[in-house]
Write a protein that binds this ligand. Structure first.
Ligand SMILES: Nc1nc2c(c(=O)[nH]1)N[C@H]1C(S)=C(S)[C@@H](COP(=O)(O)O)O[C@H]1N2
Ligand SMILES: [Mo]
Length: 220
């Protein structure tokens, strides 16, 4: 009988000791971002797969080890950045909807850097009034400098908290809020400051409006 009680007591102590060991030491939980978010502060977001792939030359696969983002044109100093150097600029996020002239749209939580920060790091020269974006597939489009500065326009590297996939423009896509989809340049390789407000990019050259306002007409 005493032996039984002794064994039971040992078992009890053992259980308590063991469960003590298994107790988590700290409750720090790190967020894993491999799955996109679809609800954000009460808003339903679209999926990063809710886009129609209609790029001029199909999906571009950018090798990030060979990649540079160039900031050039009417700047005090032309700069070349690696992907990581761009991500070193302060990060901002915003829910913005992309509207394509083809009649579909997608509401996404974007994360990226402000174009104004990139431009100011190079020094904006007097006379600059237009920002031209060049892409890996040869696509180009432009935005007015005032619009970019006044609206804190982003150069995004994440959509719904996941890294922008190749289909959507990895490594960077312009988040041209309130502008038609053709202004949202994907696979951006160069940001060029210009003094030509009439610059015509890929879709502008075939008649789409240079200002690209969703609230305005699609064609010039
Ligand atoms: N580099 C590049 N960016 C681009 C395009 C393109 O062909 N090449 N197409 C534009 C158009 S017309 C739209 S509607 C948006 C969204 O395109 P997606 O659905 O192919 O991602 O990307 C824009 N950015
Ligand atoms: Mo589009």
């Amino acid at each position: 009988m005493r032996k039984m009680i002794f064994i039971l007591a040992l078992l009890l102590i053992g259980t308590v000791a063991l469960s003590g060991c298994l107790q988590p030491v700290s409750q720090e939980i790190k967020e894993l971002a491999s799955v996109e978010v679809r609800d954000y502060e009460g808003e339903n977001l679209s999926s990063i797969t809710d886009f129609r792939e209609n790029s001029i030359k199909g999906v571009q696969y950018v090798d990030i080890d060979d990649y540079t983002l160039t900031v050039s044109g009417l700047v005090d100093e032309t700069k070349n950045y690696t992907y990581d150097e761009v991500l070193g600029f302060p990060a901002y996020s915003k829910v913005v909807t992309l509207y394509c002239v083809e009649g579909w749209d997608a509401k996404i939580l974007w994360e990226g850097v402000k174009l104004v920060d990139l431009l100011e790091a190079s020094g904006i020269q007097e006379g600059a009034n237009t920002v031209i974006f060049h892409a890996y597939d040869g696509y180009t489009s432009s935005l007015s400098l005032d619009y970019v500065l006044e609206n804190d326009i982003l150069l995004a590297y994440k959509m719904n908290r996941v890294t922008i996939p190749p289909e959507r423009g990895f490594p960077f896509q312009v988040v041209a809020e309130d502008k038609w989809g053709y202004k949202w340049v994907k696979w951006v390789t160069q940001i060029q400051l210009s003094d030509n407000p009439e610059y015509k990019g890929t879709w502008e050259a075939v008649g789409y409006n240079v200002n690209g306002n969703v609230s305005g007409s699609k064609f010039e």
